[in-house]
Ligand binder design. Sequence first.
Ligand code: DLL
Length: 432
Amino acid sequence: MIWNPEYECIDRNKLRELQLKRLQTLIKWVYNEVPFYRNKLSDAGVKPQDIKSLEDVAKLPFTTKTDLRDNYPFGMFAVPMENVVRVHSSSGTTGKPIVVGYTRADINTWSELTARVAMAGGATSKDIAHVAFGYGLFTGGFGMHAGLERIGASVVPVSTGNTERQIMIMKDFGTTVLVSTPSYALHIAEVGESMDVDFSKLPLRVGLFGAERCSEKLRKEIESKLCISATDNYGLTEVMGPGVAGECEVKNGLHINEDHFLVETIDPETGERLPEGSEGELVFTTLTKEAFPVIRYRTRDLTRLLMDPCGCGRTIARMEKVKGRTDDMLIIRGVNVFPSQIESVLFEIEGIEPHYQIIVDRKGAMDLIRVLVEVSSDIFAGDMKELMAFERKVEAKLQTVLGIKVDVKLVEPKTLERTSGKAKRVIDKRDL
Ligand code: DLL
């Protein structure tokens, strides 16, 4: 089902007209209201009246995470605080967090957009939706909550923690939709198994996942363990939170809410705009946000844009699943390694569980990379010689794909840390 066919299935020429009108209004607005943008535009020699076509967006300077940090906490807000009705923030591992604000109209737009992705993923007014994203400064809980409520689902705001209790609630309430990170959904499946819960007997049918990468393989694994159909949802605090893009039931890319966000992909090295279909860094310009608009925000997320029509009838563009982040990339002895490459090798090997951790360290001038990976209890129960042979096999596969030697250590099932939020897959001790 489509929540808002007028916009989700809009004629693309009409969409471009709408985007241009909104972009022009936005640039005038930030030029007048946000000193940071006025200075940036002036430095680039751009005046609001220079934006005559959508392509002119390329004349605008990029905004980066550092810009947002430098203006911590409220320096980039485009409205007075009295018009801000909500504040969220992204945690970030180092330095100050990013703080974003929403006006009443922004909150209204946000729930419209999370309503769209929730419905695209299969949720309806008849559902009982269990939201296991954190409610707090993180945008996941409140963001998805509002959209689900808007479509008329019965929302259960469970938030994070106490997995056994969450499973009890799911059983007792007859939950039909689970909203969480994919890694937490997997953890729910695991804990459920240990509690002898038969998910095929529960009414649970849909998973709305997001906030971290979920490979096709992992999706299938969760779908089969929880007996559901799962979709991938993408968003980021700086641009809004969840609701930026989400998969429909065709599951061939995430539909971007283009009437509210102008999307581009760029070469992360040169900043050049890439043609449609080339893989690059996603860049967003918000077209309707009032309190915290961003102009050409560099997400550091890598993917490609798909413009061809989708079987679901939506005309808005899609992005492929995020492949990784530019700042995810590890440089190990001069070789570029993406954690997603390691994951895809591991997940192809029979007997490996979808739980791993990559540890990078340095000994003298030498980078060392070690992958801890859980294996099925059958394999772990085997004799030492077999285990070591299995380790060597995984190491050889990784070396073929990555071109460097990786040290693999198999660990017992359920020993790596589980999280109710985003999984932490990489520990880079070289930064400490
Ligand atoms: O994760 C917002 C969100 C909440 C999206 C709930 C979907 C569902 P941040 O905490 O600011 O916001 O993190 C944003 O997480 O730049 C990506 O690197 C990553 N990310 C988010 N969704 C996906 C996804 C929320 N579906 C950062 N696939 C982004 C891969 C994702 N990465």
